[in-house]
Design a protein around this ligand. Sequence first.
Ligand SMILES: [Zn+2]
Ligand SMILES: [Zn+2]
Length: 164
Amino acid sequence: MILDLEPIFNNEGMVREFSYELDLSAQELSGAKPFTSPVKVSGSAGNYTGIVELRAKADFVLEMDCDRCAKEIKVPLEMDFFHTLVTHLNDETNDELLLVNELRFDLDPLITEDIFLDLPAKFLCDEECKGVCPKCGKDLNEGSCGCEKEIDPRLAALRQLLDD
Ligand SMILES: [Zn+2]
Ligand SMILES: [Zn+2]
């Protein structure tokens, strides 16, 4: 969505609210395309005593496979973003500030980047997910399989000692 920042930069006290749906269905995450439904984005850009602030909220559901058992899961996420917008940088080292080159500002790349930076590193159907057996592939959440457990080689050596 294009946000016209010109009236906001030029008028102290001016606040514009926005609310729209962002289609990220083409975006890939670890080989999958989990954004099966649009991201609801809402927020505001406002000039507060000369400082232009952008606040946004993204609300969406990811359809992912559990990292351990590969079961398909739906992960509802809600994220909040905040940026201070400037049209020129006095201090190049301040990365709190977002430099706006174009006053007709396209929100989509920024929100997309914000979302990706904020995504969890792991997706699990349950914190306690037991995953699948590495030998037979059985879902261990549904009960244990008949496979012998992998024994830590150090433990195996110890057992050997005790047996002798
Ligand atoms: Zn799982
Ligand atoms: Zn097994």
